[in-house]
Design a protein around this ligand. Structure first.
Ligand code: FAD
Length: 545
């Protein structure tokens, strides 16, 4: 192509434009952005609210002039594309400063218009100061509203990535923050058993966390919930999700997919082969659910943009769909997830036979002063052992662990591959057998039926039904807190106290993190006990549940 027009100048748009320039020095590239900034870090926006990024201008990574001097890309801010004339291969543009309307022709067009925050028509919305966070202007507006006034009470609606990050940063910025989430949990990319750790971190950091309650309406500086609770709000941040910006595409008659995002093919071409689309506005393909899906994440947007550019210059494209890998920091905790969760398997009604293990080992050698437990959940297919997903939450490194799993999922790896993964180790980094290797070993034990397990989610019922539960921690640990009616037989004594253990009913074992109970279980199995279950996740998992 001799001339390419790109709509949207941030993640997908700027990446496509830069890649096109690397593929051709002759091509005329025009990048049109309706906002005042191109190439800003969307993902860093929340960190302005705590002051970690003091000046909002620092969120902008490149100015239009930089695009011209470095790439000969004609980047035009405040220029909104209002219409695509497919027949004549032209776009209509409105200069939002001068009001002037003009046209540009194209050989190829790239759409990367992103997604818009959802703001439902709540009753009384005009009675509160409400904000959404999508770009630098939005976050600067909220920040100056809060710093210029005596406003202290902020209500964030929605417990997804943006809501949680905004909430954390506002709290660190010194505000009183309430987070309202309509479902029983925040961050629904994590399973309910794992996310409780994040709930506790919110509460420990003095965030007023309200789950399972919906915003019904607003009154003067008040948010009124379904439960009829009323919360004072000097400012309200609405972060209940985004919707793909398909306006231009729809108007141009391009095909919109089942998920209401722009449908694209393997090469990221829309139903018009001269128009490509990438980023939050398109429908991706999830290779684990085998379903079309929306995924508003920066990494996939950049990969798609590069592929679209490659394709228009005759290079082959390797579109591998998405599996969904993401990470978040919440106060002192780091959390990461990849692939399928149990929740996703259920919601998508997937005909998958699977099981999961939860382990809580140290993230580095215990002698290191900053060693911390890492809560790690691994989900795998039964009977193949194919790895389907993982979630990790801890104070230390979680993303490395999840990235290992993401890599394995890409290559259809199994528990056996994970067991044999040779990873780097020194005490300040990890343990000689890393968390992920341990998870594989535990998973293999479950897969091969070397022992039986129950999940933390089943423990309440076990306790209530009077099941026989042995707590194999030492006496002092037991005395500090234990499950009602759990019998304390420490691992160090278990071989001498087998006569106390019933053989006519199931026996459930736990310790702090499942490791000692596993050792107790194998000892008892060798001594002839057959009806034994390890409680996956053990006391730490149970405590959070
Ligand atoms: P965008 O980057 O949003 O760019 C679209 C641009 O197109 C916009 O600037 C818009 O003004 C412009 N535009 C739209 N229509 C027109 C038009 N008609 N004419 C001209 N211009 C137009 N992802 C992660 O992976 N990790 C994170 O930690 C993370 N954190 C985030 C935090 C926040 C607060 C936000 C808002 C997003 C975050 N994301 C994160 C998501 C990530 O930023 C997006 O997935 C990514 O930016 C999508 O790229 P895009 O090019 O599709 O859209």
């Amino acid at each position: 192509p001799k001339k390419v027009v790109v709509v949207g100048g941030v993640a997908g748009g700027a990446t496509a434009a830069a890649r096109i320039r690397r593929l051709s020095e002759e091509c005329e590239i025009i990048m049109l952005e309706k906002g005042p900034h191109v190439s800003f870090s969307n993902c860093s926006l929340p960190y302005h609210l705590s002051g970690l990024i003091e000046d909002h201008e620092d969120l902008v990574m490149m100015k239009p002039d930089d695009f011209y001097s470095q790439y000969r890309i004609d980047a035009r801010i405040y220029n909104e594309v209002t219409e695509i004339d497919r027949e004549n291969k032209k776009v209509k543009i409105k200069n939002l400063v001068t009001g002037e309307e003009y046209e540009e022709t194209y050989d190829k067009l790239v759409l990367s218009p992103g997604a818009n925050p959802i703001v439902p028509p709540f009753e009384g919305l005009e009675k509160v100061n409400y904000f959404t966070i999508r770009n630098v202007v939005d976050v600067a507006k909220l920040n100056s509203f809060l710093t210029d006034s005596v406003s202290k009470d902020v209500v964030v609606i929605g417990g997804g990535f943006i809501g949680v990050e905004v909430c954390e940063n506002l709290k660190l910025g010194g505000y009183n923050v309430t987070l309202i989430e309509a479902t029983p949990q925040i961050m629904n990319v994590f399973d309910y058993d794992m996310v409780q750790i994040l709930h506790k971190e919110m509460i420990d950091n003095d965030v007023n966390l309200i789950v399972n309650d919906k915003v019904m309406k607003f009154d003067k500086d008040e948010v009124i919930l379904e439960s009829s609770k009323s919360i004072h709000a000097d400012a309200v941040v609405i972060a209940i999700g985004v919707t793909p910006d398909t306006r231009l595409a729809e108007k141009a008659g391009l095909k919109i997919g089942q998920t209401r995002a722009i449908e694209v093919n393997h090469n990221f071409q829309t139903s018009d082969p001269d128009i490509y689309a990438v980023g939050d506005a398109i429908e991706a393909y999830n290779t684990l659910t085998n379903k079309r899906a929306r995924l508003a994440l920066a990494g996939p947007a950049l990969r798609q943009a590069r592929s679209a550019a490659d394709h228009m210059f005759g290079k082959s494209v390797d579109n591998r769909g998405v599996i969904g890998s993401s990470a978040i920091k919440l106060f002192d905790l780091n959390a990461a997830v990849t692939g399928l969760t149990e929740n996703a398997i259920k919601i998508n009604n997937l005909a998958l036979n699977y099981d999961s293990v939860m382990i809580i080992p140290n993230d580095k050698v215990g002698l290191m002063p900053d060693a911390n437990p890492i809560h790690f959940k691994l989900i795998f297919e039964v009977p193949t052992g194919r790895i389907l997903g993982a979630q990790a939450i801890g104070r230390g490194n979680v993303d490395k662990r999840i990235d290992i799993i993401a890599t394995l999922i890409r290559f259809n790896g199994t528990l056996y591959d994970l067991k044999e993964m040779e990873l780097c180790y020194a005490p300040p980094f990890s343990t000689a057998r890393d968390v992920v290797n341990v998870a594989a070993l535990v998973g293999i034990n479950v897969l091969e039926n070397n022992y039986k397990q129950v999940h933390v989610s089943e423990v309440r019922d076990l306790v209530e039904s009077g099941a026989y539960i042995i707590d194999v921690r030492e006496k002092d640990e037991y005395e500090e807190g234990h499950l009602i009616n759990a019998v304390n037989i420490p691992l160090s004594e278990i071989r001498n106290r087998t006569n106390e253990i019933p053989t006519d009913r199931p026996v459930y074992l736990h310790c702090r993190s499942s490791q000692r109970s596993y050792n107790a279980l194998t000892a008892l199995q060798h001594l002839g006990f057959t009806n034994l279950y390890n409680i996956s996740g053990s006391f730490m998992g149970i405590c959070y549940y």
